[in-house]
Design a binder for this molecule. Sequence first.
Ligand code: PHE
Length: 344
Amino acid sequence: MTGIDSKLKVLVDNGLKDLNHCSDEQAAETWHAKYLGRSGAIADLMRSIGQLDREDRPSAGQAANEAKATLEAAYLDRRGRLDESSLARRIEADRVDVTMPGRRLHDGGLHPITLTLRRILEIFRDMGFQVTEGPEVELDWYNFEALNIPAEHPARDMWDTFYVQPPSVLLRTHTSPNQARVMQRSKPPIRIVVPGRCYRYEAQDASHEWMFYQVEGLAVDAGLTMADLKGVLVAFAQRMFWPEVQCRFRCDYFPFVEPGMEMSVQCPICRGSGCRVCKMSGWIELLGAGMVHPQVLRNVGYDPDAVNGFAFGMGPERITMVKHAIDDIRLFYGNDLRFLKQFN
Ligand code: PHE
């Protein structure tokens, strides 16, 4: 006997006992290093075989190899079990409760002005108006000249203008330049609405923005009258607000219409009895309108004796503010989600 057999027996016994206490992968790895690693117990023992008598070495070596194989097999078995149980734990942790109610994802929504624009255009489409668009960077000629507002005309003070290339290229101050653009490229009868952004060089306050939308309307045909214009605008207001809404027409001045007027509707918040939104008047001014000025028709090569037309221009911000009792136009373009989320 070399004594190595009993050492191996103790080592294997202890090793198996220790291995039984390894409850996770990390403990198993530590165990492996201690018993089976390069400088582990088995390796130590194997090195010591070199010091034995020559004839004892083969049997000691064989016994050591057997011990090593026993521990190796026990280790692999343990690892396999640990892997299985950790997989089982992961599956348990990832378990999905299919009976839980779903969590709604916030999928964004349309801007309140977009919603209003869509509604406005829908109503006019139903009345046979086509939708078209025009450039935001506009020529002075379309924005002013063609609309009967020559360079020195005092009415230019009505629109404070951003110039891109003074004096001839500017940001349109209204959508009215599209009256001339559409008439130039088509023939009567015309029925169009033109939504778009407009810009004015103005100080901001609760009711003024330097960028805002307008929707322009234009109809040109033989024999149109103010009655046609009023009929279209009242029909629009009845669908935009409510069927019995009262509309009020009063004279107003725009160089490109004659006669010109503004239309007000009964305040949708107080329905006419007076409140903060309508400044106690019971009415809200919604749009400018009128019969297309004969000079505008001439400017685009039309014969005012053969055809005439009506035009109107409205502000979707204004309409949205009135519908939702919003008292500050700056909220629309302030990008505050708390405000914007309320409309979807
Ligand atoms: N363009 C005018 C404005 O910006 C509104 C308007 C349009 C008036 C069409 C009459 C006819 O105030």
